[in-house]
Design a protein around this ligand. Structure first.
Ligand code: GUN
Length: 292
């Protein structure tokens, strides 16, 4: 079998066009959704994510407030900025790019963001709301994965989804969303991690495999059954002297080999990545609507 490409770039473009029209509709009511992006330090990967988020905001007709702080910023300075953004009526969403420099406590920062502006869905109140099945901002990458599957006509309900990786940002929330009693849920979910005994034996049982381990070649062809759907959340930089940048991006899946067995597969780049940013815009628009 040769896999069909789950084209995140195309689906994201389709959704962003819908959102652009929605933002234009809100503008007629003098509502402009505003997103504040906060980047501390100059990690190159974080810088490029943040730039992509700001560009997407501008293209959708939204307001973006760009806050780039030096790596020497203290926790108190960052908390003071968040307090100001919490009060700013132009701002409907606040995103603090992770990871933060080591001298800043991530938990304290996430807790400081107003849960009603937490468009990442990382505040413990919003994590709790999600688990309780209440309406809230859903974390962007897992939410994007669900929409990508749904818009490609892939049935989640009743399937066995095996997630490799238990991160706070992807694995854990995705497991929760996939098991929800919801049209985008109702799956049977297995979560594997570094201490799992025989990961290949588990992934081979999957209708949907999600690779979210942050390691190239985590998922090889022998780990996937014929016809499985394979979602690659990994974004890894590997050295490549033929590229001007000196590196190229690869996911966690051995794409070449696995695409010969899977029924659907996401490429990297151009798969899950564009969906994450799309769901960030989606949450910010939703927040603007609620604040109005
Ligand atoms: N770093 C990697 N992914 C994310 C994300 O979705 N949100 C934030 N804030 N930081 C990240």
């Amino acid at each position: 079998m040769t896999a069909r490409i789950l084209d995140g770039k195309r689906i994201a473009a389709e959704m962003r066009e819908e959102m652009r029209r929605e933002v234009a509709g809100l503008a007629a009511r003098r509502i402009v959704p505003g997103l504040a992006v906060v980047l501390v330090g100059d990690d190159p990967a974080s810088r490029s994510y943040v730039a992509a988020k700001e560009k997407a905001c501008a293209e959708a007709g939204m307001f973006s407030d760009d806050n780039r702080l030096p790596a020497t910023t203290t926790q108190d300075e960052l908390l003071a900025l968040i307090a100001r953004l919490n009060r700013d009526p132009r701002i409907h969403g606040i995103l603090v790019q992770l990871p933060l420099p080591r001298h800043i406590q991530e938990d304290a920062v996430l807790l400081a963001i107003d849960p009603d502006k937490d468009v990442d869905g990382f505040h413990p109140v919003n994590v709790g709301r999600m688990i309780a099945g209440q309406r809230t901002f859903l974390p962007c990458t897992p939410h994007g994965v669900l929409h990508m599957l749904a818009r490609s006509g892939i049935t989640i309900e009743g399937s066995h989804a095996v997630i490799v990786g238990r991160s706070q940002i992807v694995g854990k929330p995705l497991a929760n969303l996939l098991m929800r009693k919801d049209t985008l849920g109702n799956a049977t979910v297995t979560v594997c991690h570094t201490r799992s005994r025989d990961i290949a034996a588990l992934t081979r049982q999957a209708d949907i495999v999600v690779a979210a381990a942050g390691q190239p070649n985590t998922i090889t062809a022998d780990m996937v059954r014929d016809g499985a759907v394979v979602i690659d959340v990994g974004v890894n930089r590997v050295a490549d002297a033929t590229r001007k940048s000196g590196y190229r991006l690869v996911g966690d899946v051995d794409f070449e080999a696995v695409s010969k067995k899977a029924s659907w597969i996401t490429p990297v780049p151009g798969g899950v990545g564009p969906m994450t940013i799309t769901m960030l815009l989606y949450n910010t628009i939703e927040s603007a609507r609620r604040h109005a």
